[in-house]
Design a binder for this molecule. Sequence first.
Ligand SMILES: Nc1ncnc2c1ncn2[C@@H]1O[C@H](COP(=O)(O)OP(=O)(O)OP(=O)(O)O)[C@@H](O)[C@H]1O
Length: 749
Amino acid sequence: MEQAHLDRVYRRLEEKIHEAEFLVDDAEKRAQVGTPGALAERDAQVFQAGVHLSRLNSEFEDFLFGRIDLLRGKDGRRGPDGAFTATEVADDAIGADRRAEIAETLHIGRLGVLDADYSPLVIDWRAPAAAPFYRATPKDPGRVVRRRVIRSKGRRVLGVEDDLMRPELTATLDGEELVVIGDGALMAALGRARGHTMRDIVASIQAEQDMVIRAPAPGVTEVTGGPGTGKTAVALHRAAYLLYQDRRRYSGGILVVSPTPLLVSYTEGVLPSLGEEGQVAIRALGSLLDGAEATTYDEPAVARVKGSSRMVQVLRRAARGALDNADVPTSLRVVAFGGRLELDADELARIRRNVLGGTAPLNLMRPRARRLVLDALWAKSGRGRHLMDPELIAEARAAFDEDVSGEDAFGGFLQAWWPVLTPRRVLAAMADERRLGRWSRRVLAPRETRLVARSLARLGAAGDGPLSVHDVALLDELRVLLGTPPKPPKPREVDPLDELTGLEEVTTFADRNFSRRSRAERREQERTEYAHVIVDEAQDLTPMQWRMVARRGTSATWTVVGDPAQSSWSDPDEAARARDEALGSRTRRRFTLTVNYRNPAEIAELAARVLQLAMPGMEAPSAVRSTGVVPRFTVAGADLGAAVRAAAEELLAEVEGTVGVVVAMGRRAQARRWLAGLGDRVVPLGSLEAKGLEYDATVVVSPAEIADESPAGLRVLYVALTRATQQLTVVAGERDEPDAAGVPDLLRD
Ligand SMILES: Nc1ncnc2c1ncn2[C@@H]1O[C@H](COP(=O)(O)OP(=O)(O)OP(=O)(O)O)[C@@H](O)[C@H]1O
C-alpha cells in the first residue's frame, strides 16, 4: 500500500523534473536575444528551476518517511498545502460504539509535493500540517489515530512501524479496519549502528523536541538538556525549519557554532539530508575568524586566563602599547622648502597621547596622527606667521604638506612611528613577558601573565605560528580594537586577449551562471553577520568567545543549546554574565529536554554517579531504552596501552559501528600509537574532543586522570562517560584506586 503511494510520488517528481528541465532548456535557447532586463528575469527563473531540479534529483535515502491517519476535524478548511487545518476532532467523528472513519491520510516527507490537481501527495515535514505527526501522543492524540513511520530507500518501501494514538477506537479506512504493524519507530532508530556522521531524525522527532524545532523565531530560544537528549539534532532541524518558514529573512544566513572541528564534520551532513545547503554555515569556535584557523589547544590553566573577560582590558592596552616597540623612532627630521625641521621625542610623545585620547580603532587613528605631525612641523617652520589672508595660508600649507609628504624620510618615519598593526602582530607582541606584564598590570596575576606569554611564544615574532582555539577569540577582539585600514582599490584583472578581441561581450549562459555562483560563494566566505545564530554546547563558550560570537549576530535571532553539567569552563558565573551580555535584552523562550536517546539505562546510571559528584542535586535525563549490557571494568597492569588496545579490540568484535577511545588530553598522541592499525572504526580522542560525539561503544581510559586534568574535570569525565550508544568499557589506571571488581573510586556507588 505504501509502495503504491511512493510510486505515485516518484511519477509526479519525474513530471516536475521534466518541467524544470524544459524551463532551463527554453531559457538557454532564448538567452542570446532580448533586453538586459528580460535576460536578468529569465536568469532568475532558470536559477529557481535549477534549485528545484537539484533538490529533486538529490539522493534522498528516504524521501517519504511518514504517514498519519486523521479523524474528521471541526471545520472543513484547508491550508496552502491542501491539508485540512483543524486540530480538534469534529463532535460527530466518533460514533457511540467507538467506531470512527478515517477522514484524511497525509504522507510526510523531506519536501512537499502537490499532485497535478494540487492535492497534497507529500507534506513537507516542516509544514504546519505535519506537526501532528510529531506532536500526537496517546495522552493527547488530537485528530491522529495512527502514526506510521515508513522506511524506504529510493523508490522501494522496506517496511513500516506504527504507533496507535487512539487504541480505544475501532477505526476504518474506506470501510476496512486499520492495521497496526511493528513496535514503534523510535526504538528501531535508536538501536541502529553508528557511523562517522550524524543522521537526521526527521522520521522520529519526539513531541518535546518538536516544540523546540518549531518555536517562533524572534528573540532567543534557549534549550537545556542532559547528554543524548537530542540538543544538537534539534538545533540542526531548527535551522532547516527556520529556512522553510521564512526563506527570505534567513537568506541573511544561519550560523551554527560548534565547539570542535570534529563535531562540525560529524554534524555537517544532516542539513543536506534535510534538503538544506548553502544558507547554513557550521563552524567550529576555532574557525570563526577568516584566515585564522586554530590547530592547537591550550593547557586548561592557560585557557582559563585567555577565555576570561579580563582579557578585554589587557588587549586594549596591548593594542596601544604595541605601537611602542624597539624600532620606534624618537625624533623626526625633514627638510621643507629648503629648511631643516625637527620634532623631538617629547613632542612626538605629546602628539601620540593627543591622538590616543580618541576612541576610534587604532589603525583608523593613523590619518589623524599624520595630520598632527604635519601641524607640528608647520608650526615649527613659522611660515604661516607673516601671512594674513586665510586663502594664502591654506595654499602655503597645502604646498608645505605636499613637500614634506613627498620626502622619503617622512614616509619611512610614519611607517615606523605609527605602523599599521595586525591582530596577529599584537598577539605576538604579548609573548614578551615584560611588556605583557605592563599591559596586564592589576588585571592579571604575575603567574597568569607568565602562562599567557609563554603560550604565545609559539606564534613567533611575526605572529604566523600555530593558533590555539582561545587565541582566535583574542584575535577577533583585536580585529575590532585595531579596525581594518581602508584597502587601496584593486586594479581589475583584464585578460589581454579579451581586450584585443572584445570577447568579454559574448558570455554564454554557463559563464553567467558560474560568475553568479562564485559571487555567492565569495559572499558566503566574507559574511561576518548572520540572520540567525545557533550555538551548540553553549555551556562551553568562554566570555571572550561569547563576545566573538555576539559580533556575528548583532541583529540576529538566536537558538542556544547546552547543558551546564557538561561545561568544561571553570567559572560558570563569569560565562553566564558574558552570555547575558551577548544576548542582550532579547526575549527568551526556555525549553528543557528530558529524555536521553543515546545511552542505554545501564550506561546512563553509571554516568549519573559522576554527575552527582560534579553537580550534586542535578537531575540526569531518563534513558529511553535498556540493553541489559552493563558497563565493563578492567584494571590496567604496568602496560596501560596494552589494556586499552585489548579493550578496544574486544568492543570492535562486539559492535557493528564505531568505537571511541577517550583519554586525558595529555595522552592523545600516546593513544594514537596504542591503537595504530586497528582500522578506522576505532577513534582515539582527547577528553575535550569528545564533546557532542557518539560511538557504538566507548573505552574511557583512567577516569581519575580525566577528572584531575582541569578544575572542570569531573564534568569533562561526565561527557566522556555519556558517548556510547551500546557498550562502555572503563580502563582503570594507576590513579583510579579500583576496587576488587575493577571499579574506579570515582565511579563507585
Ligand atoms: N527523536 C529522535 N529519534 C531518533 N534518534 C534521536 C532522537 N533524538 C535524538 N536522537 C539521537 O540521539 C543521539 C543524541 O542526540 P544529540 O547528539 O543531538 O544529543 P545532545 O543532547 O546534543 O547530546 P550531548 O549533550 O551529549 O552532545 C543522536 O544519535 C540522535 O540522532
